[in-house]
Design a protein around this ligand. Structure first.
Ligand SMILES: *Cc1c(COP(=O)(O)O)cnc(C)c1O
Length: 397
């Protein structure tokens, strides 16, 4: 059966070259980079090369890169780092967005229990924060602004360079969760005045369980894991060399092809958006232009996103109703609620996320299949029946 993978925001398939590098390393470079013998030193060289590659893609210096177990760990470490620096100076105010990933939101919740005050800014119905709102929220005791580069559900891209400029001017540390952006959007930590940045290998065709935190030179990093002197004493544990070198290879590949991939994938995205927009009482969530090349997120009134997903899977289409992390819970997505969708409508969401491995033919298959399933589900839906009979009003015209 045909299988269309359209859930690239949840995770991606590894690229052939990253997979090859990973297998080679598992087979041959088994040394521990802390060992002084030849096999250990070979691993140390691989590690350094990977660090150089990752740094180069971000416009950073190699010793500003700390390898982690993924995006979540990097987010945790960034927030704890800024909080520790702030606390020393009596600054206990943190600023972020209501639509952040739970790796950020739940870490902020933890900081609240430790006496920090957290301001979560609104993003309006387009899902983009205004720089003025960030400016207005910054106080003399603000220790950190943490704002995601691009959202994992609705794909909106935040004005990162402007926020970086503002934070630098105000002397506030600026962290960005760039897990959805790295490898997909051009990033330069110097030009964008980013102090800390999180990334994750499996969102750009690298392996899972590996990521990195960029920390600008001069910022003292707090370590989450105590132990040996790996990662300049800031992240103990023998380095996962096969995953790190494979992530670096995937990142280098993605960064080299960023313009080409972005042009190709955004054309697919726009074709998909155009096709799905024809479904009555549907709406594209997020901004039409300031969005990730591969992100499509719709709500269809009168249906349950979960049922839509399962029926799509039966037809060989892998999609998501929002974030993979919240599926399985019955709460609607916090992101869709934050952009003003009522609960009952937010339940009818569908996220399709494309990458350069998808084809026009696959998009056309999705455009043909989704309306059929939406119509089928609406036929069975008492909510839809009420809307059709005029017993309640459509939220989406
Ligand atoms: C996937 C994702 C994460 C978590 O990354 P892991 O490597 O899976 O821990 C964090 N933030 C965003 C925006 C993500 O999309």
């Amino acid at each position: 059966m045909r299988y269309v993978y359209a859930d690239n925001a949840a995770t991606t398939k590894m690229s052939e070259s990253a997979l090859k590098v990973m297998i080679e390393n598992l087979e041959e470079e088994y040394g521990n980079p802390s060992s002084l013998h030849t096999v250990g030193q070979k691993a140390a060289v691989k590690l350094q090369n990977a660090r150089n590659q990752v740094a180069a893609c971000l416009g950073a210096k190699p010793n500003e890169i700390y390898f982690t177990s993924g995006g979540s760990e990097a987010d945790n470490q960034a927030i704890l780092t800024a909080a520790a620096i702030g606390a020393k100076k009596g600054k206990k105010h943190l600023i972020s967005l209501a639509i952040e990933h739970h790796a950020v939101l739940h870490t902020l919740e933890r900081m609240k229990k430790q006496g920090f005050e957290v301001t979560l800014l609104d993003v309006g119905e387009k899902g983009i924060v205004s720089v003025d709102a960030v400016r207005a929220a910054i106080r003399p005791d603000t220790a950190l602004v943490t704002i995601m580069f691009a959202n994992n559900e609705i794909g909106t891209i935040q004005p990162i360079a402007e926020i970086g400029e503002l934070c630098r001017e105000k002397g506030v540390i600026f962290h960005t969760d760039a897990v959805q952006a790295v490898g997909h959007l051009a990033i330069d930590v110097e030009a964008m005045k980013i102090d800390m940045l999180s990334l994750s290998g499996h969102k750009f065709h690298g392996p899972k369980g590996v990521g990195a935190l960029y920390v600008r030179k001069g910022i003292p990093v707090t370590n989450l894991i105590e132990g040996g002197a790996q990662e300049r004493g800031k992240r103990a544990g023998t380095e996962n060399i096969p995953a790190i070198v494979a992530m670096a290879a995937a990142m280098e590949e993605a960064c080299a092809k960023i313009d080409e991939n972005s042009a190709y994938v955004s054309a697919l995205r726009d074709r998909l958006i155009e096709g799905l927009s024809k479904i009555p009482h549907s709406r594209l969530n997020g901004d039409a232009k300031k969005r990730l090349p591969g992100n499509v997120n719709f709500v269809f009134e009168g249906i349950e996103g979960e049922s839509l997903l399962l029926l799509l899977d039966d037809k060989g289409i892998a999609a998501s109703s929002g974030s993979a992390c919240t599926s399985g819970s019955l709460d609607p997505s916090h992101v869709l609620l934050a952009i003003g969708l009522p609960h009952e409508v937010a339940h009818g969401s569908l996220r399709l996320t494309l990458c350069e491995y998808n084809t026009e033919e696959e998009v056309d298959y999705i455009v043909k299949t989704v309306p059929e399933i939406v119509a089928y589900l609406r036929d069975m839906s008492p909510v839809w029946e009420g809307l059709v009979k005029g017993e309640s009003d459509y939220v989406i015209q």
